[in-house]
Design a protein around this ligand. Structure first.
Ligand code: 6PG
Length: 250
């Protein structure tokens, strides 16, 4: 078993999981602004984070975040227009960003509508200009697919491929789609990483990643092992169903 630095928290329901993710966001935001004057966060896409984003878009959590000092990035994006129903930017805008007073120039969208490699290079330039050559997010939100992918690092490709880049534009065969994704270089420099996973479909991958041999090619989320940052796995009881000795956090 690889030594884990991760904390694992199991919640009795998706609603309790969403509250915990939203509270982690608020806590990270408060700490970052208090200690460094700004909060740099990278949002996850997919469906799991939507409930947490909705909680952050409403009182009391909305009013507990200093949105004027918050800078919002994305961990990955589908290569689609921002108006597409597949767009992570659109999902996050509808669930959160349109409801809070984050300055428009503090929201850094991956341009999924552009040629993929051009868009990846452009986003890497945005990261470097705002965060320097070794970007450090105060909070990086991630999800996990049933196949153990995270962001848009999918099985079959060594996540460490071309790891000198900050952003990659892989063609994902099984989705027949190009994606944009930050690389492990960015993932593993974050101060706090929250991985949220819920549902029966995630149980096998979660067991393999947390209790099996470490294999980032098979389960790319296994590449998440920050040198100095902290990883928090936040899952619901269904996703944790196959784990040994699950402990409930309530
Ligand atoms: C995306 C996400 C992706 C997501 C997982 C889990 O663009 O889809 O970045 O990595 O986190 O696929 O997705 P669900 O939350 O929808 O299960």
């Amino acid at each position: 078993m690889t030594e884990r630095r991760a904390d694992l928290e199991i919640f009795d329901s998706p609603a309790l999981l969403a509250e915990a993710v939203a509270d982690a966001f608020v806590d990270c935001a408060r700490s970052a602004v208090e200690n460094r004057g700004a909060f740099f966060v990278a949002l996850a896409g997919g469906t799991t984070p939507k409930a947490a984003y909705a909680l952050l878009a409403a009182p009391p959590r909305r009013d507990a975040v200093d949105w004027q000092r918050t800078h919002v990035f994305f961990g990955d994006e589908r290569c689609v227009a921002p108006s597409s129903g597949q767009s992570n930017f659109r999902m996050a805008s509808e669930a959160l960003l349109d409801a809070v007073r984050v300055p428009r120039d503090h929201v850094y969208r991956m341009h999924g509508e552009d040629e993929p490699q051009f868009a990846a290079d452009a986003y890497a330039a945005v990261l470097r200009s705002r965060l320097g050559s070794a970007p450090v997010f105060d909070l990086l939100l991630l999800g996990m697919g049933p196949d153990g992918h995270t962001a848009s690092l999918f099985p079959g490709t060594d996540p460490l491929t071309d790891n000198d880049r900050l952003v990659r534009a892989p063609y994902v065969e099984k989705l027949q789609q190009y994606r944009l994704t930050v690389t492990p270089l960015v993932l593993n420099h974050a101060r706090e990483i929250v991985i949220a996973a819920e549902g029966d479909a995630k149980a096998a991958a979660l067991k393999a990643v947390l209790e099996g041999p470490r294999n980032p090619v098979e389960h790319p989320i296994a590449i998440v092992a920050p040198e100095s940052g902290h990883v928090r796995w936040m899952v619901d009881r269904r996703a944790a169903a196959l784990l040994q000795q699950p402990r409930s956090t309530g």
